[in-house]
Ligand binder design. Sequence first.
Ligand SMILES: [Zn+2]
Length: 326
Amino acid sequence: MSANGDGGSERLPKAHLHLHLEGAARPATLVEYARRRDVPAASLEGFTDLAAFVVAYETARDLIGSLDELQRVAREVAEDALEQGCVWIEVHFAPFSYGGRLGREEALLEAVLAGLAEPQGDATGAAVVLAVNRAHGTDLGRRTLVLAERYAGRGVVGLGLVGDERHPARPYAPLFARAREAGLLAVPHAGETQGPHAVLEALQLLRADRIGHGITATRDPGLLEQLADTQRCLDVCPTSNLRLGVAEDWSAHPIHRLVAAGVAVSLNSDDPTFFGSDVAQEYATAAAHGLPVAAIAAHSLRHSAAPDHVRGPALRALASQTTPAT
Ligand SMILES: [Zn+2]
């Protein structure tokens, strides 16, 4: 997809709030890792639905064979984000999904945090959202929460909820209550493949600060109103939705209705390794479709966990290069 648009929208200072570590790894790096182990490189594009995508994702993750390789993936994710004008990123990471093969989960998290920190300057930064998988049960979820609590304020800024949405959110509500007590953001995925009830559950049961996707909220006018009134940000990923068959095309994507209803949205790439679109391209394509990308970039910063010394200058820079912000 070409990155035309308004000739610069992709360079707007912004926060990238919805991407998954292994899903943002450089393809060339994954191919290199595969060669090292003499295994076939993961097929990065051979999928048309969520189930096949999960298989491709796990194959890519399993190519990472050491803590050093994991740290390099994280560093390159951070470098690519800076290149795309992201002054702040919140990267979903699920250390328990490695099953202990690279060591203890603390060591994995430390490697990721070190890699993300390497290329940062004074006015930029990166953090981790530890991801709980709905399909893996609350015991593993609780272990993830404990790790998140231990690193709250030390690189971990949120607790996420990922995986097949047919597994209800309710059993995870106590974990998110504890996460909030630890000062972490509640940032579950919801409303990607399931209807508006899933978004409502994320708001009511998990008290979500932001929601990953959330696009099916457009089917419920009352919910749209609630989202607009409470200004809970939806971290929307249009190209991901198109590639997984959740939305038909950019013109028909629910983001247009969300914006028209006054809902706060951010633009994100989700898993750029697989979907072939990075966050800069998402902004450029959104601009080409008439979406208010400067306001969207401002939402991404305001709803992030970025510290003031990152968020403040970025918001001021955004205001100085745009007409009065909405
Ligand atoms: Zn996601």
